[in-house]
Design a protein around this ligand. Sequence first.
Ligand SMILES: [Fe+2]
Length: 219
Amino acid sequence: MHIDAWFATPIYNGEIVPTKEQKNKIERYFYKYTQENGDKIFIGNSLNITGDVTGQHQISELEEFEWINEHLYGHIDNYLRAIGVNTSNYKFYIQKSWPVICDEGGGVAPHAHMNAHLSAVFYIRCGPDNGGDIIFGSSPDHPLNVLPVHIPNTNVKYTPTENQLLIFPSSLRHQVTEFYGKDFRFSISYDIMITTHININSDSESDVSNPDLWVSLGD
Ligand SMILES: [Fe+2]
């Protein structure tokens, strides 16, 4: 007898290594952003600054971060090919990207990014013994979660390391545990859209068409 465990949720665990100069530029940006937005650090109950609610929605456009985009593209391509997707049929877009700064005592409550297809997090500055772990939880309608029994652990925890890149389906619920570090924890969050190319296939029933094909309504 054995048990077949099907329908796994793939989480991509990779790495992007900056040069010393790239790393310095990014850290300088983060410290400056923290200084400029320090008054917004108490958001909800968390000691965090998250760019998506403090006005920095597209960090990938900035010179300090632009070089990451090509790496991210390669990793997303790897991720989807590893799960059997013919990636030549699709285009990927960074819909949003923003800095996340955790101060001592900070954390992020469980949430999902329902506005996107894939999400990614790239860790710039973190320590292994400082908390700030990311925990992924299986969906409430997962077949195991609707059984009337207690299952000890349906969550999975990653203790982030510097330069680590995680990619996951945006609908996957996740949270960040309390951060205990004395200095800040820096990471970048990405929301990715997967669309067709501009030359759309004749059968595009389940696809999101390329934004260049969209027709705007209103002003
Ligand atoms: Fe998130």
